[in-house]
Write a protein that binds this ligand. Structure first.
Ligand code: PEP
Ligand code: MN
Length: 350
């Protein structure tokens, strides 16, 4: 929809915009108003170059797109009926819980095995464990390929599907070859389009799930949804959207907790929303409230850093991992909230 700066386009201006949209297979339908006229673009108006050319005209105030820029992630897409299965749960039908270490310590594999068993008993459906870590400080522990074996051994011991972050194509290949079930795109890589494309391409023929975190500095919601579209466009629709707090931080929290965007995401897309309260707030004692808030806002799942003995952990675990007993209580509470939000239809009495 084109809005001119003046009350209507001159015949010369109308001819120019008609010629621009015509080059993209569209035509113009003027809607003449008593005070102001607007000009509908009829046809597929999603071509960015066409919009840029129109917005570049000095007599145009703005161009409003009616069609969603993300065809596959849009709520009205055919994919809306797609269900993503993780650890026996179909996202959207039951609260999905992913839990485990921020970082696997390759020197202490038993800690991870104990956590894995404990999160399973607490009710988690999938096990997370950082193998390679994006670290602000280049001298901090960056992860270790050995941790991939530990992650897969924890899968064999517990039967839980496993989730790990990949930051480049080499890690992507190693993770897929090892059989990792869920790939995490971290908050620093949500706008790394070559990585998003590489992941989309690599998982196209598989049922691997991708947990896409909201970028640390992402602005409009469309940026987040479009990042998901990059992956899904290759053919695998198993995508989970993960708000995890953004920058700048809210004083006192690690990031600006963003679980409240959940209803907005769900209005625009069909993809399940799995909130990460751990990175949102950055401190174990704040995690349960943030997790419950996420479920109250309508999240389909939670991703929670959990450690059998946080003080012995590495990476984020000493400060923000909850213990398995806290996780168990949180899951119980979160399920009650979930039930309030998803009332079951009363069974007919025979
Ligand atoms: C993590 O999951 O441990 C992590 C580093 O996540 P984020 O990308 O959200 O910071
Ligand atoms: Mn972490």
């Amino acid at each position: 929809m084109i809005l001119p700066k003046a009350s209507r386009l001159t015949p010369e201006q109308l001819a120019e915009v008609t010629q621009i949209v015509g080059a993209f297979g569209c035509h113009i339908q003027p809607i003449i108003g008593a005070v102001r006229s607007i000009y509908a673009i009829v046809g597929d108006e999603r071509d960015e170059l066409m919009i840029n050319r129109l917005e570049g005209l000095d007599y145009i105030e703005r161009v409003d797109q009616i069609q969603s820029p993300h065809k596959l992630m849009d709520r009205r897409s055919d994919l809306a009926s797609h269900r993503i299965k993780v650890g026996g749960v179909r996202a959207g039908e039951e609260l999905l819980v992913i839990a485990g270490h921020c970082t696997i310590d390759p020197k202490n594999p038993n800690l991870f095995y104990e956590t894995a068993q404990a999160v399973k008993e607490a009710g988690a459906h999938s096990l997370r464990g950082g193998v390679w870590k994006p670290r602000t400080n280049p001298y901090s522990f960056q992860g270790d390929n050995k941790s991939l074996d530990i992650l897969m051994e924890a899968h064999r011991r517990t039967g839980l599907p496993v989730d790990a972050e990949v930051m480049d194509e080499h890690q992507l290949r190693l993770a897929l070859d090892a059989g990792v079930h869920m790939l995490q795109v971290g908050a620093r890589n949500g706008l790394n389009y070559s990585l998003l494309r590489a992941i989309g391409h690599a998982v196209a023929e598989h049922d691997t799930v991708v947990l896409l975190k909201r970028g640390l500095h992402m602005g409009p919601l469309n940026e987040f949804i479009s990042a998901a579209e990059y992956i899904v466009a290759f053919g695998n629709p198993n995508i989970l959207l993960c708000p995890r707090g953004t920058s700048p931080a809210l004083d006192g929290y690690r990031n600006h907790p963003d679980e409240s965007i959940t209803p907005l995401l769900k209005e625009k897309t069909w993809a399940p929303v799995v909130v990460d309260p751990s990175h949102s707030v950055g401190k174990a004692s704040y995690v349960p409230a943030c997790a419950l808030a996420a479920v109250a806002y309508g999240a389909d799942g939670l991703c929670i850093e959990t450690h059998i003995a946080p003080s012995k952990g590495i990476g984020d675990d000493p400060k923000q991992a909850v213990t398995p007993d806290v996780l168990a209580a949180l899951i119980r509470d979160a399920k009650q909230l979930w039930a309030l939000r998803h009332p079951q239809p009363a069974k007919a009495v025979a």
